[in-house]
Design a protein. Structure first.
Length: 194
């Protein structure tokens, strides 16, 4: 089942992903995406422009798309928008979506813990996918049990590649996929092959 779900994961660039499963399409943080998939569920981690792109969201949404996000982003969105907080979960047509914390350790950074911005753990038929959102290596990761981890590696307001490797050691997923980096920097593919 992991392989089937993995085959349905498409990186859009930056922190954006499409997850295509048998009867549902989930999109996370679409931003300047060259491709597009009409989505049943859109997850937005926080209100920064490269995560909450109204133009991209409009391209990915259908009339009945459910958008799940935190309170600050929800104020900028319309339609079926559902607010979730870290520690809460929602079930949309059998897909369990759990909100987890995403923040910078240094409160002077652009993602302070007090903003209550999000990462998500998505459970699809017992396979758990963790999208970390914009985060540093945080203690909460000690408690995550996931099969696939989507982790930032750029080091610009998020974990760098070395910290991402430590996150992989903590989380121990079967598969780790890098995000939030310049795709022209091939060094990250050596760290996260495949």
């Amino acid at each position: 089942m992991i392989e089937k779900i993995l085959n349905g994961i498409v990186w859009l660039g930056q922190s954006g992903f499409i997850i295509n499963i048998t009867n549902k399409t989930i999109t996370i943080d679409p931003y300047q995406a060259k491709g597009c998939a009409l989505s049943d569920i859109i997850l937005i981690t926080h209100p920064h422009w490269d995560h909450l792109s109204l133009e991209d969201i409009d391209r990915f949404r259908k009339p009945k798309t459910v958008i799940i996000t935190e309170a600050q982003s929800a104020k900028k969105l319309s339609g079926d928008v559902r607010v979730i907080k870290s520690g809460q979960e929602m079930n949309i047509d059998g897909i369990k979506i759990s909100a987890v914390s995403a923040y910078n350790i240094n409160d002077d950074s652009p993602h302070p813990k007090t903003n209550n911005w999000l990462g998500f753990i998505i459970n699809i038929d017992g396979v758990c996918i963790y999208h970390s959102g914009d985060t540093d290596l945080i203690p909460e990761m000690d408690n995550f049990s996931v099969d696939i981890a989507l982790l930032p590696v750029s080091g610009t307001y998020v974990m760098n590649a070395v910290e991402a490797i430590k996150a992989v050691s903590k989380i121990n997923p079967k598969i780790a996929i890098p995000m939030h980096y310049d795709p022209n920097l091939s060094r990250h593919w050596k760290i996260f092959p495949g």
